[in-house]
Ligand binder design. Structure first.
Ligand SMILES: Nc1ncnc2c1ncn2[C@@H]1O[C@H](COP(=O)(O)OP(=O)(O)O)[C@@H](O)[C@H]1O
Ligand SMILES: [Mg+2]
Length: 454
């Protein structure tokens, strides 16, 4: 193994027999073969990536806490969508509605909701169910730089030409490897051409998934997608579009396009129920052998406020603390400490001036109003009005006073952005948004922690 070579004392040219100075010169800019004593202290991975995880839970792993840690990271990772059924909790109604919209209504579907609420995970489960039913599912995650041409060419390239009405299934072997992309030509693909081509699909049904659609920056992309949906519907093609994105309503994602509105089913993804969040923890218990007794689970569920992301993050952090202590039961104190570590991390992730701002006495004294603003900012685009904040503050809160207070944070303490709404019958109304990303989440978690501490 290479490592043993490196730790073996160096011999030969440049070895110990040379004088110190000469040796130093000879080796300038070249790796030295003798062991570097600092090397042993450099952090390493504890478990090989090729090792299988323990299936039987923590018991077998007790001798190897690292394995438990890996199983935990696998069970509660908050940075990845769920892709396997045994990790997916709840969301039955949504999945059912999505399947019905596609299968019974033959509609195109827009799945929308906040970031981290579980859209991509639902889509993965949906795609698995659709593939089982012999649909061809083409999945694409949209990036800022996505173009209609790139995206749909790559979809077409995954669709075998065997499903084209013009190709007989008995054609030669060579034809079997060709795809719809071979028929697209060189000029940029547009919606009309694509709908024409997709209109030729026979022998299966195709679902095109455009995940993270809100990230698409190119206006032309959005225009073409709307046009494609319209054309596919007009032709009753066997291709359906399912798109997901961060939005508080359908229009934000697909615009006001009356001509396609009736062909689209909108499915909002809201907060999880308490039972669903508990199911996430229960699944993690089964996968790791760790346990979240009621006092710990209650705290996590309260603090997570319906977010599967927060449920996992708090679950992961608190359970790691238990593992640090060689315990297999997570305590309420682990949860609090875990939440505090998340809070500290989020705070460190904010721009330096925002961090300073949040410690400002004037800002501190308005904490309850700010926390209400954080709750009001729970819309996907983050905008809220003084009325929304007053509503969150409850009885006795005066929207006008709140508005003045919000305005006072626009000048030197520019915590918020302000703009005028155009919607509504009551003329223009100012609306506000936290300027730095992450401030609202931080305030909400700090409020949840304060509540939990009581
Ligand atoms: N039904 C679910 N069961 C378990 N964990 C979930 C579920 N839905 C979402 N999560 C977790 O929540 C986090 C955010 O989910 P994701 O699907 O990426 O949300 P979105 O696409 O809406 O941003 C991920 O860590 C994911 O594992
Ligand atoms: Mg997503």
């Amino acid at each position: 193994m290479r490592r043993t070579d490196a730790t073996r004392p160096a011999t030969g040219a440049g070895g110990p027999e040379r004088s110190g100075n000469l040796r130093a010169l000879t080796f300038l800019g070249r790796p030295r073969l003798d062991p570097d004593p600092g090397l042993d202290r450099l952090p390493r991975f504890s478990v090989s990536a090729t090792e299988d995880l323990v299936e039987g839970g923590l018991d077998e792993a007790k001798s190897a806490p690292d394995r438990a840690r890996l199983a935990l990271a696998e069970a509660l990772s908050a940075s990845q969508p769920v892709t396997s059924r045994d990790r997916f909790a709840g969301r039955f109604d949504l999945l059912e509605a999505l399947i019905a919209a596609v299968e019974q209504q033959r509609a195109h579907v827009v799945v929308y909701g906040e970031r981290g609420i579980g859209k991509t995970s639902i889509i993965h489960m949906f795609a698995e169910a659709a593939r089982e039913a012999r649909y061809v599912v083409l999945y694409g995650s949209c990036g800022v730089a996505a173009t209609f041409d790139d995206m749909f060419r790559s979809f077409a390239a995954q669709l075998p030409l065997l499903y084209h009405a013009g190709i007989s299934p008995t054609t030669e072997e060579a034809e079997h490897r060709r795809t719809f992309a071979d028929l697209l030509g060189d000029s940029p693909v547009d919606a009309r051409r694509l709908a024409e081509l997709f209109g030729q699909v026979v022998g299966t049904r195709v679902i095109v998934v455009l995940d993270e659609y809100d990230r698409v920056a190119d206006i032309n992309f959005r225009r073409e997608v709307a046009e494609l949906i319209k054309n596919l519907s007009d032709r009753a093609a066997r291709v359906q579009v399912v798109l997901t994105g961060v939005a508080s309503n359908l229009e934000e994602l697909i615009g006001f396009t009356p001509s396609i509105r009736r062909n689209i089913v909108g499915l909002p993804v809201g907060p999880m129920s308490e039972a669903e969040m508990r199911e996430i923890l229960a699944k993690a218990e089964r996968a790791t052998g760790l346990s979240f007794p009621p006092e710990a689970a209650d705290l996590i569920v309260t603090m997570a406020g319906g977010s599967p992301y927060m449920t996992r993050l708090l679950g992961l952090r608190s359970a790691s603390r238990a593992l640090d202590d060689a315990r297999d039961t997570v305590s309420a104190a682990d949860v609090i400490a875990g939440a505090e570590s998340v809070l500290a991390e989020w705070n460190n992730g904010l721009p330096r001036r925002t961090q300073v701002l949040l410690r400002h006495p004037e800002v501190r004294s308005a904490w309850p109003m700010l926390i209400a603003a954080a709750r009001a900012s729970g819309t996907p685009d983050g905008w809220f009005t003084a009325d929304d904040v007053a509503g969150e503050m409850g009885e006795g809160a005066d929207a006008e006073a709140v508005g003045q207070q919000l305005d006072s944070y626009l000048g030197p303490i520019d915590l918020f952005d302000r703009s005028e709404t155009t919607a509504g019958d009551f003329g223009r109304e100012p609306r506000y948004r936290f300027r730095a990303q992450g401030v609202a989440q931080l305030l909400a978690l700090s409020a949840a922690l304060a509540r939990a501490g009581r």
